[in-house]
Design a binder for this molecule. Structure first.
Ligand code: GLU
Length: 493
């Protein structure tokens, strides 16, 4: 048997370090076993998936040195590798489950499901579908399908007993069937949910080992049941510990930059980032901190993964990056890599139209545009003094903008502008005034190039990190203040 592993990202945002972490362990496991590693795009969520996000994921994983043997861009014998191109396969498999009586049509309206949910919450019952449509007669189902009534397809799930499955790191896991919902497999729009598509694809792509984040443990019973219903062998499951913030909470963009693009923009070396990810829950047999991708693959043993939540600590990553910079690069390589980082045209071209009209000599460029190449800026509280805005208003603007931008999905110029414009109106401020502290936070000066365009070039994580940093300079809210602000923010609507 050839070992085949995969990473299955959903292209719904910035490329996440967690994706790279799971990809690295899948690749290491496959390589160490002489197997193959596949990349599949799980884009069944048509509303949130974008081609831009897919491209960024592929580019970032490649930048880190993670390569796949089969995938949407490189092809392979088990394609297509994009779920949106596999609809017929899922429809056919859903039909098989219906024919065998393992799945059923559900016509329940969202109103009914909402009411059911509320009732279950009030009665402190397990949330989930109550099996209402299981009682329909075959004739009734046929007639409602004949009238093209909107419906989904759900899987049947036993109501009693215990589901047992094994995990490569955790041994046997037990979950009561009563806790497992009658999962929707096919949505009303005819597209599959994650569970169906994931199982069908893992089988058809001959995946032998599924290494994924521990947040998927609760999905394993549904998957195991689907494998049984289809009469297929289930791949071995291995749920990896989730990355955590230094305060041990789940790694989230609210506390830490999570986008690989941020680490790229910040000037980290891909080798160092990959090395650091390799240390998340894993260590070399000799405990060495600095190791290359190949050294990791040669020494890899999945059983050395420890389950205590690994902390992704940017300060430690900086330290490790420093050792790579000093030890792995000679002067020429340093100059070469720096040039590639700072002076490549992908990065420069969007900046040029902003600065060219404003400079007289090239020596004006760095003072004007140096902030694009910085990490956190050196800021002074006095820079935030304003003729009419009070210091507390400045703090509030920074905090509210940060909250808005943490929830911001599209990061193009128009979307960011309309978000901030809406916020200015809600706060009864002129947009110019609202943008004032953001100018300082992002570029260090109010006489700089457009702050919105700068944010789109710097990307969401770097922009948010700078605003968070600026808020720290003028004074982050105390716990009590944060509560009041949160309330005021919600009241804005
Ligand atoms: N599409 C899922 C994700 O975004 C894949 C989970 C899995 O590996 O099964 O994480």
């Amino acid at each position: 048997m050839t070992v085949r592993t995969r990473i299955a990202p959903s292209p719904t945002g910035d490329p996440h370090v967690g994706t790279a972490y799971i990809a690295l362990f899948n690749l290491a496991f496959a390589r160490q076993q002489g197997g193959q590693f596949i990349l599949r795009i799980e884009d069944t969520d048509q509303v949130r998936s974008t081609p831009e996000s897919e491209q960024m994921i592929l580019d970032s994983l490649r930048w880190l040195g993670l390569e796949w043997d089969e995938g949407p861009d490189v092809g392979g014998d088990h394609g297509p590798y994009r779920q949106s191109e596999r609809s017929d396969i899922y429809a056919e498999h859903t039909q098989q489950l219906l024919d065998k009586g393992h799945a059923f049509h559900c016509f329940c309206s969202s109103e009914r499901l909402d009411a059911l949910r509320k009732e279950q919450m009030v009665n402190k019952q397990q949330l989930g579908y109550d099996g209402h449509c299981l009682q329909l007669t075959p004739e009734e189902v046929q007639s409602r399908l004949g009238q093209a009534e909107p419906h989904v397809v759900r899987m049947k799930v036993p109501r009693d007993g215990v589901c047992r499955f094994s995990d490569m790191l955790r041994g046997e896991i037990e979950i009561d069937w009563a806790q497992v919902d009658m999962q929707v497999l096919m949505k009303a729009d005819g597209l599959p949910t994650y569970h169906l598509a994931n199982v069908v694809d893992d089988h058809l792509m001959q995946i032998t080992h599924v290494l994924r984040g521990e947040e998927w443990i609760n999905s394993a019973p549904k998957h195991q049941l689907l494998y049984q219903y289809f009469g297929w062998q289930m791949p071995q499951l291995c749920h990896m510990p989730l990355l955590r913030n230094p305060d041990k909470s789940k790694l989230s963009k609210r506390k830490n930059p999570t986008s690989i693009l941020y680490y790229q923009r910040m000037g980290f070396l891909p080798e160092a980032v990959l090395n650091y990810l390799g240390r998340m829950g894993w260590s070399m047999p000799d405990e060495s901190e600095k190791f290359s991708r190949q050294e990791m693959f040669d020494a890899f043993d999945i059983q050395r993964v420890s389950l205590g939540g690994p902390v992704f600590d940017v300060e430690k990553l900086r330290w490790l990056n420093g050792t790579w910079i000093r030890e792995a690069l000679d002067a020429e390589a340093f100059a070469e890599q720096f040039k590639r980082w700072a002076l490549n045209s992908d990065f420069l071209m969007p900046i040029v139209p902003l600065i060219q009209p404003r400079v007289e000599t090239f020596s004006d460029v760095v003072p004007l545009a140096g902030f694009f190449m910085s990490g956190m800026l050196t800021l002074d509280e006095t820079a935030f003094e304003h003729k009419s805005l009070q210091p507390d208003q400045i703090r509030l603007i920074l905090q509210f903008s940060l909250w808005e931008l943490e929830a911001q999905r599209s990061w193009d110029k128009d979307s960011v502008f309309s978000t901030l414009n809406r916020l200015a109106k809600a706060m009864e401020l002129k947009i110019r005034d609202l943008l004032f502290p953001l100018f300082i936070a992002i570029s260090g000066s109010t006489s700089s190039v457009s702050v919105i365009e700068s944010m789109t070039i710097l990307g969401p994580d770097m922009s948010r990190a700078r605003i968070r940093h600026a808020l720290g300079v003028v004074g982050s809210p105390s716990k009590k203040e944060a509560k009041l602000w949160d309330k005021a923010y919600r009241a804005l609507g």
